[in-house]
Each structure stands twice: as C-alpha cells, then as structure tokens.
Design a protein around this ligand. Structure first.
Ligand SMILES: NC(=O)c1ccc[n+]([C@@H]2O[C@H](COP(=O)([O-])OP(=O)(O)OC[C@H]3O[C@@H](n4cnc5c(N)ncnc54)[C@H](O)[C@@H]3O)[C@@H](O)[C@H]2O)c1
Length: 350
C-alpha cells in the first residue's frame, strides 16, 4: 500500500466525558489516539450530528475535515478506515454505508448490532464487499485475560466447569457484552449451545435505547463448559471474574492479576493492563488483515457470534424459554433491540 491509510471517525464523542452509565464516554477519542499512534495511518476526518462535539474533537486532534452528515463524509473523503463510535442502534446502517462506499476496514464499537436482522444484514454486506470489520472487544488483547484462557484451556484447574461474573449497576450489553465475549474467549470460541436469559426492565434508558435494571444470562458451550453473567449485581469478593474448573479456580482481580488455586497451591500472577498499547495492537491487526494477514481475534467472524449470544440472552427473556444457537429463522427476523420489546411489555403490563 502506498501512502498512509486515511481514517475517519463517525460519532466523535461528547465534548465533555461524563464517566457515567448512559453515554458520553468519548470512545471516539480513544479511537483517535489509536489512529494517531500508528505511523501508517492519518486521521483525516470526523462526522458528528452535534456541532459542539465535532468542533471540540477537531480542535483536540487537529482534524481538519468535519462533517455533520457521515454519508457526505464517506462520499467526499473516501476513507480507507472508519471507526463507528455511535450507539448500538446506529451501527448497522453506518457499516452498510461505509462498506458500500469502498471502506476497507471498520473498527466498530460494542454492543455490535441492535437486532438479529441487523446482524444478518451485516453478514450479507461482509460477504458482498469483503469489508474487514473489527469489534472493539479490546480485552481479548489484555495479557491477564490471555493467560487466564491459556490456563483454563490447558487443564491447569482441571476441566472447565463455569465462568462467573457479576457487574454491579450494569447490564448484559453496554458493559456485559465484554464479559460474554470473554466467556467465549475463555472457551476458545467454541460454539455456544444455548442461553437462558432473564431481565428486569422498567423505564431505564441510555445509549439511545431501553436498558435493563438487572439481567442474567446462563450459557453452555460445546464441551459442557458454562457461564453465568449477572448484569446488575456484583458477586461476593473483589474479583472481576472467577473461572471454576474440576480441580481448582482462576480468579481475575481488576484486569491485571490472576490468583490460581489448584493442587499445587495458590499462585498469584500480575500483568500489564496498558490500554493505550492494546488499542495500538487493534489498529495494527486491522491493517495487517487488510493486507492479507490473518483475521484478528476481534474480527467479524468471531464477533458476530458474541453479538448473537448477547441478543439471544434478551430474546430468551422475551420468550421465557431457553434459546438454542445459532438463532433460528423466526428469531433472525427480529429487527428491534430486544430490550425495547421487553420495555414495551413491561409498560403494557403483559
Ligand atoms: N470498547 C470500549 O471499551 C468502550 C468504552 C466506552 C464506550 N464504548 C461504547 O461506545 C459507544 C459510544 O459510547 P460513548 O459513550 O463513547 O459515546 P458518546 O456519547 O461520547 O458519543 C457518541 C457520539 O455520537 C454522535 N452521534 C449520534 N448520532 C450520530 C449520527 N447519526 N452521526 C454521527 N454522529 C452521531 C453523538 O453526537 C456523540 O458525539 C457505546 O456503544 C459504548 O458502549 C465502548
């Protein structure tokens, strides 16, 4: 490839970060730093419907070209790389537009897509255009999680029994999608056989969509390993996650420390959690993939499965039944964020 890859960001992020659940985390700024940290990429343009956000972003990152309409940006600037940093309900039309306008690589934020029908449509556009999509389940690049997976899969604590995590005050998708993706990662991305989901949905709204107050997903992988994610309440103890095997446990503290208990005793291992570095890996892997290298760990093939699992947990709550994967034809027709359907059911009292 001659010259630099020209990158653009759609949904550049709030001018001021709130640090609270519901939005305004400025993830577009993280993408900008990642692009500007790669000597082979030039961050050239940004699009945002909010003029203040756009101006603040352009000023901070010295980005000359700003657009109110992302479609105009795609047509006029023809970027090679596009980051989609808007909320989940907006991702799919933006992916389709970018792919059809010849974009080579997309970094899309999580949760990935808002419905099974949207996911099906993204599958089609990937098939037809060959666009390379990475979803920012960035923790796949964190050394502590990689080491935990290797230990869990190599029998260090026996056969995998159960991954357990609870996220205080959060949910199954805006935060929980990361953990569902990690559960898949810890099982070497083996297929998920089924998921049971249940959710308490009232009037909560954030990230442009209905959110649950509390939800849970219980899943089984091929091979029999299971996972429980509590989206709302923490588990007892200081651990982010616990991986239980037939002969021991691996506990993850924060995102940088493992405590391994097995027949050999207790061992603690510490790792770096340098987020700036792992975002650099993400961008480098996208370029490599575009140039014929392997599909990265956060590539579309795997991430579509994480998105399907996430949606299926909500569909299970909707149906009051276990959902077997892959989703069947009827479920693939659902073209709305399933939590919206749960919210409507809750307010109609049905
Ligand atoms: N990967 C991660 O670790 C991580 C971390 C934080 C947030 N996120 C995810 O990133 C997504 C964005 O969240 P955030 O809080 O950073 O966002 P934000 O609220 O800071 O920014 C979203 C931006 O999108 C813009 N926007 C809305 N509609 C648009 C449109 N049609 N065209 C162009 N711009 C539009 C808004 O004006 C805003 O500037 C969420 O889905 C969130 O879950 C991921």
């Amino acid at each position: 490839m001659e010259g630099k890859y020209r990158a653009a960001i759609i949904g550049v992020g709030a001018a001021v970060s709130s640090g609270k659940k519901g939005g305004n985390h400025q993830i577009g700024y993280t993408h900008a730093v990642a692009y500007q940290g790669n000597p082979r990429v030039e961050l050239e343009s940004g699009a945002d419907i909010n003029e203040n956000n756009l101006k603040a972003f352009q000023h901070k990152f010295s980005v000359e070209k700003g657009f109110a309409d992302y479609q105009v940006m795609l047509k006029q600037t023809q970027p090679d790389l596009v980051s989609i940093c808007t909320y989940v309900g907006q991702h799919h039309p933006m992916i389709v537009a970018a792919a059809q306008d010849g974009v080579k690589g997309i970094l899309c934020e999580k949760p990935f897509v808002g419905s099974p029908a949207a996911l099906k449509e993204v599958h089609r556009v990937v098939r037809e255009t060959g666009v390379k999509i990475q979803v920012c389940h960035i923790r796949r690049y964190l050394p502590a999680f990689m080491r935990a997976r290797d230990l869990y899969q190599s029998g260090a604590v026996g056969e995998p029994l159960m991954c357990i995590a609870g996220i205080a005050g959060w949910d199954l998708s805006e935060w929980g999608s990361h953990w569902l993706d990690m559960f898949r990662f810890f099982h070497n991305d083996q297929p998920v056989r089924w998921v049971f989901g249940q959710a308490r949905v009232r009037g909560l709204h954030g990230y442009g969509h209905a959110m649950e107050e509390h939800a849970v997903a219980y899943i089984e992988f091929d091979g029999g390993g299971k996972g429980i994610l509590d989206g709302g309440m923490a588990m007892n103890g200081p651990w982010t996650m616990t991986l239980v095997g037939t002969r021991g446990t691996i506990r993850i503290e924060r995102e940088d420390t493992l405590e391994i208990d097995n027949a050999a005793g207790r061992k603690t291992e510490k790792f770096s959690s340098d987020y700036r570095q792992i975002w650099q890996h993400l961008v480098a892997d996208l370029l490599d993939w575009i140039e014929g290298g392997p599909e990265p760990v956060t590539g579309f093939t795997s991430m579509a499965k994480s998105a399907e699992l996430n949606l299926a947990a909500y569909i299970s709550a909707l149906r009051g039944d276990r959902v077997d994967l892959p989703l069947g034809d009827a479920d693939q027709q659902i073209n709305e964020w399933p939590v919206e359907l749960l919210a409507r059911r809750s307010t109609s009292g049905q």
